[in-house]
Write a protein that binds this ligand. Sequence first.
Ligand SMILES: Nc1ncnc2c1ncn2[C@@H]1O[C@H](COP(=O)(O)OP(=O)(O)OP(=O)(O)O)[C@@H](O)[C@H]1O
Ligand SMILES: N[C@@H](CCO)C(=O)O
Length: 324
Amino acid sequence: MAVAVYAPASIGNLGVGFDILGAALKPIDGSLLGDVVEVDDSISGEFELTASGRFAHKLPDDPKQNILYDCFVGIQTLLAEQGTHVGAVKMHLHKNLPIGSGLGSSASSIVAAVAALNQFFGSPLNEEAQLRLMGDLEGQISGSIHYDNVAPCFVGGIQLMTELDHKLCSTLPSPKSWYWCSAYPGITVSTAEARSILPAHYSKADIIKHGRLLANFVHALYAGDDKLAVTMMEDVIAEPYRKVLLPGFESARQALLKLGALAVGISGSGPTLFAVCDDISVAKQCDAYLAKHYLQNEDGFSHICRIDEAGVANVEIQSETTHS
Ligand SMILES: Nc1ncnc2c1ncn2[C@@H]1O[C@H](COP(=O)(O)OP(=O)(O)OP(=O)(O)O)[C@@H](O)[C@H]1O
Ligand SMILES: N[C@@H](CCO)C(=O)O
C-alpha cells in the first residue's frame, strides 16, 4: 500500500551545542515546512524517482544522485542482512525545502524517505536502527556523521545527541513561550564547505566556555528557567568562522536584538538565521524585518515557528503531494 511521510525542517546547533543540539520547526501559520516522500509501488524494473515542489528544480537530474536512492539502497542492504530481499520501488519526492539552506533539507528528505520505505516494507527497522541509517546517510552528504538535523526531524522536539549504541538522542524540555523566527535568504551554503572552514582545534578557553554554555543551557531547560537558557545560546564554535558566509547576518542580528529578540544565531550551517522571541508581537516585527532586509531573492522566505514536537508524520496523498 502507498505511503506518504512528511519530515519537518530543523535547526542544527541552537547557537550552543554544535553537532549535538537540534530542534524541529513548525510554522505557526500551519504551512508544511518540510519534504514529503511517497513510496508508491513495488516495481519489477529499476528504482524510479520523480520529484515536484518549489525546490525540485535544484535537485540532481540523475535520480541515482538523489539521496533518496541511497536511502532505498541502505534499507535494501539492511533487510538483506536480515534475510529479507526486497525489489525496486517507485518513489516521489515533494521537495519543499531549499538545498544548502541550513534548514536540514537533506535531513528532511532522508528522514521522510527512510521512514516511508520502512513503513512500506512492513516496519522491519526499529526507531534506533532507522535513526542510525539516517545519520549515516546524512554523513555521506556532509562529510561526517552528525545527528542534529535528522534526530529532531525524525523524533521531533529539541534533541540532545547521546550517540550511544542503544540510544542516539534524548528529548529536552522545550520552552513553551518561545517563537523561533526563521529566515532563509535564498542563497546556498554547502554544509560540507561550511564544515571545512572550521578550525581543526580550539583553544582551552573556547572549550571551557562551550562546556559552560551547554551545561547551563540543558540545566536551564530542565529548571524551566527560560531566561537563563536563552542567555546561554551563544556560538563559540562555528559562528565566528561562518558568519562571513552570510551577507547581512551581523547587521540583522543587531536590528533583531533591538526589536526585542532574545537570541539570534545561524541555523545549521546557514545561511538561514534564527531569532528566539517570547512575545508574538516582537516575533512579528522580527519576521517583517527579516522579510524586508535579510531575504536576497525570490527563493527566500521567512516564518514564525514553534518547536514541532511530533517530528515525522504520515500525511494523506493529496493534491499538494501528488504529481503528474
Ligand atoms: N533529496 C535531496 N535533498 C537535498 N539535497 C540532496 C538531495 N539529494 C541529493 N542532494 C545533494 O546533497 C547535497 C546537499 O548539500 P548540503 O548538505 O549542503 O545541503 P542540505 O542538507 O540541504 O543543507 P542544510 O542542512 O544546510 O539544509 C547537494 O549536493 C544536493 O544536490
Ligand atoms: N551541525 C551541523 C548542522 C548542519 O546543518 C553543522 O553546523 O555543520
